[in-house]
Design a binder for this molecule. Structure first.
Ligand code: VGL
Ligand code: ZN
Length: 197
C-alpha cells in the first residue's frame, strides 16, 4: 500500500506568507493530481502556539535564521509562522485537503519544534504517524511539499530509517535553502536510502 505524504502546504510557507518559500504555491496543482494515484493521503500541518520556542521573537536579542542551542540540539529561529488557528496556518486554498485520510499536526508543544512528520526535533517523541501507516498496511511513501530542506527532508529521512520505502518528488517540493541546506538535505536523504525523483 502506497501513501502520499503532503508536507506543510500552508499559507505561511507560500508567497505572501510569514515564512514564504519561493515558488511554494507552484506545487499545489501537481500535488492534487498525485492524490488520486495513491491508496492513502496524509497531510501534515505545522501548528505552533503563539510564543513558540522556534520563533526568533521568543528569544530576546535574536533574529530570524539565527541558531540557538536547545536541550535537544541546535534550533534555527524562524519568523512567527503557522500559529494555531491563524489564516497562515491554513492549507493553501487550492490544495484539495478534503481528500486527506489523515491530517497530522506537529510543532504544537511550546518548548520543542517538529520538522519531521514522525518525530519531534528531539528525534525521540513520536507524532503517531508511524503507527497509523503501519496499521493501515502502508509500506511505500511518496513525499512532497514544503520545505524540501527542512520538513520534507526530516520526514523522508525518518521514514527511511523506520523501514518505509520512500520517494521524494523534488518537482513537487520547494526549498528555503539557508547556507547550503538544500544540498546537505539532498545528500542526507540519498545516504538514508530516500529515492529522489
Ligand atoms: C518548516 C521551518 C519551520 C517546514 C516548518 O515546513 O519546512 N520550516 N517550520
Ligand atoms: Zn514551524
Amino acid at each position: 500500500m502506497h501513501a502520499l505524504i503532503v508536507i506543510d502546504v500552508q499559507n505561511d510557507f507560500c508567497p505572501g506568507g510569514a515564512l514564504a518559500v519561493p515558488g511554494g504555491d507552484e506545487i499545489v496543482q501537481g500535488i492534487n493530481a498525485l492524490m488520486v494515484e495513491c491508496d492513502a493521503v496524509v497531510l501534515t500541518q505545522d501548528w505552533h502556539p503563539a510564543g513558540h520556542s522556534s520563533f526568533a521573537s521568543t528569544h530576546e536579542g535574536k533574529g530570524p535564521y539565527e541558531v540557538v542551542e536547545m536541550p535537544y540540539g541546535p534550533q534555527v529561529l524562524w519568523p512567527d509562522h503557522c500559529i494555531q488557528g491563524s489564516p497562515g496556518a491554513a492549507f493553501h486554498m487550492e490544495l484539495e485537503a478534503d481528500r486527506a485520510d489523515l491530517i497530522i499536526r506537529k510543532g504544537f508543544r511550546a518548548g520543542i519544534d517538529s520538522y519531521s512528520a514522525f518525530f519531534e526535533n528531539d528525534h525521540t517523541t513520536p507524532t503517531g504517524l508511524e503507527g497509523y501507516l503501519r496499521t493501515r498496511g502502508i509500506d511505500r511513501l511518496t513525499m512532497v511539499g514544503l520545505a524540501t530542506d527542512f520538513c520534507v527532508n526530516f520526514s523522508a529521512v525518518d521514514a527511511a530509517r523506520l523501514g518505509f520505502q520512500v520517494e521524494v518528488h523534488e518537482q513537487l517540493c520547494r526549498a528555503i535553502d539557508l547556507d547550503g541546506s538544500l544540498a546537505a538535505a539532498r545528500a542526507g536523504m540519498q545516504s538514508a536510502g530516500v529515492k529522489l525523483v
